[in-house]
Structure formats: structure tokens, C-alpha cells
Design a protein around this ligand. Sequence first.
Ligand code: ADE
Ligand code: ZN
Length: 366
Amino acid sequence: MDCFIHALPKCEHHVHLEGTLSPAHRLLCAQRNNIALPNNISSLSVLEKELYPADYDYEEGQDGSDYLREFLANYYGAMEVLITPEDFRGMAAEYIERARKMNVRYAEVFFDPQAHTSRGVPLETVMQGLLQAREDEKKLHEGKPDYVRIEYILCFLRDMSADSAIETWKAAVNGGYLKDIIGVGLDSDEDGHPPQKFDEVFEAARKAGLKITAHCDVDQPGCHANIAYVATKLGGPRNHDGPTELFLTPKYDAGADRIDHGLNCADNPELLELIKKSNLGLTLCPMGYSKHLGPESVFRKLELIKQTGIPFCLNSDDPAYMCRYKEKVVIDVQGKTGWTMEEIAACEINAIHMSWTKDLEFKKDF
Ligand code: ADE
Ligand code: ZN
């Protein structure tokens, strides 16, 4: 089974680029930029041991929002070493290289510009690095069987202001970067920051022809209402996209184009119905919640969603922190569920249908 999963061409639609910042690259950037790591750590093995606690292994049943806050503090703290385009390029290049080794053939990757601009690192620096890594991959591998196609999704941080999101959007427009991203997303701390707060910026993105998605994290206060809003309203009126039978096309009156996480819809039959009716897919990261919410609850919900026929795909979220990149996520989900090869392959087929690229060529790899 593990060999089958390794060889299976895979897609990933829920991975935060900054969540792939490895201890090794963090140390390299810290040294290059003369930045002291916490506790003046200067050795890789100590960094791994002290700042990347295995699997963020919190007590099962710990409150979900505390878990997310604690994780986010570590996640943002680590980014202080990312200063130059080369730092961002190296981070993206490392993810692409890992993707290649796992037979991930296509990924739509989130990044968080405000986590950098708020530290004085300009959007141009971030974009230069990300785009260069993608160019390098194209130059060296396009046309070969191991080519990894990358699209970028610009995320707004929901615990920053709506004005800050608009400012970020304008910087992306003025920098000419809309052509370089495929969509926009919404992440960070959901508690007290419902999607409605960002109506204006999501409507602007939809008018500009970008795809839209938003995190509806697991066990966040208000998560059911947030899932319903994202599924029906986020982004305002939908452009006519020209549905193709190859891709999952949300209904004209749906909101976002996908939902990130959204696992808790399983608790609510009306939400399940709504998501199904809207023809939306979920980008789930089951192993990311399995430890702190308890595997029983997570896999019960996953099986329930599967039974409804709502499309979902399996993703890593923040693999450098959660200790599992995409291939290991699929292996571990299979281990927990006992799904057959056909059922595992169906998740990857869902992922193809949930893809946003217009590049139909990539389907040939599957
Ligand atoms: N940003 C990075 N990882 C995240 C997650 N799991 N939830 C919300 N925001 C995030
Ligand atoms: Zn996420």
C-alpha cells in the first residue's frame, strides 16, 4: 500500500508555504541574516528538538482554539529569519523538491504576505522569491515526468484588520502580481474574525477573476456559521466561469470556490446538504487535527463526509510543524481508515477536480 501511495500522482491544495519552513532552512536564513534564534540556538539538532516539538503533541481533547493560537505563535515567530528574496526562494524551492520526491505533481500553495509586510519585508521581496522558485522549477523540469506545477494562493490574515487586507490587495494589484496568483484565501486565528469582515476584499478578488477560499478551522467558535457564510456568500456574485466537466464547478449561487478544512460540517446535516448542493470541495488535513481533537472524532467525521459524496482531498497544512508532508498524510489516513487503493485514488481524483488551474495539460500526468 505504501508503494502504491508513493507512486500515485498526487495534488496538494492546502499547504502553507511558511508552514514548510524547515529547521535547516530556518537556521541557514538566520545565519545569513545575522538573526539570533530563540535561546541563541545555533545547532540544527537542538533547533529541531526544542522548537519543532514532535507532532505538536498536545493533550488530546485540548481546546481547539488554544491549540491554534499556540501553533500560530510558533509559526509567525519562525518567520523572522525570512528577509531577502533568496530566503523566500529557498523555502519555496525546498517544498517543490520535497513535492517531487513524493510524486506530488501539482500544488496550489498558500502564502501569507502580511506576516512579512508587517515586519517591514516588502511584498516585492516575497513575490520575487516565490516566483523565482517557480521559474527555476519550470526551467529545469517542465516537460519532464517529475515536473511539479505550482500555483500560489495569497492569503489574508483574519486577525489583522480589513483595511490591512485591502492594503495588501492594492499592493498586489499595483505590483502587477494578480497574474501570478490563482486565488486568494483567508487564514490565521478565526476566533472573533468571521469571514464577513473581509467581504470587500473578497468581492474585489472575485471581480478580478481570482478564485476564492477561506479557512473554516476545526472547532473554532462560530465554525458552523462561518462554514455556511463561506459556502453561500463569500466573494459576492460569482463570475460565469464556463464550467468544464473536468473541474469541480461550484453552483452559480455558491460563495467561495472551495472550503479549507470545514471538517465540522459533519456535525450538522443542514451544512452537509448545503455544501453538497453548492458543489463545493473541502481541503481537509485530517492528521493535523488527529492529535489534539482525538483520532476517533476526526475519522468519524471524515467517514461521514465521505459517505455524503462531498468531494474532499487530503493535505498537509503546515508540514514542517506537523511532521507529515503529503505522502505521509495519505499513508497515515489510509492506516487509520483502512481505505482501499481505489478509495485513496478517489481522493486524488477529487483533488484534480478541485484544482483551479486552467492548464488541462497537467491532467496528463495523472
Ligand atoms: N496559517 C497557517 N496554518 C494555519 C492553520 N492551520 N489554521 C489557520 N491559519 C493558519
Ligand atoms: Zn491551513
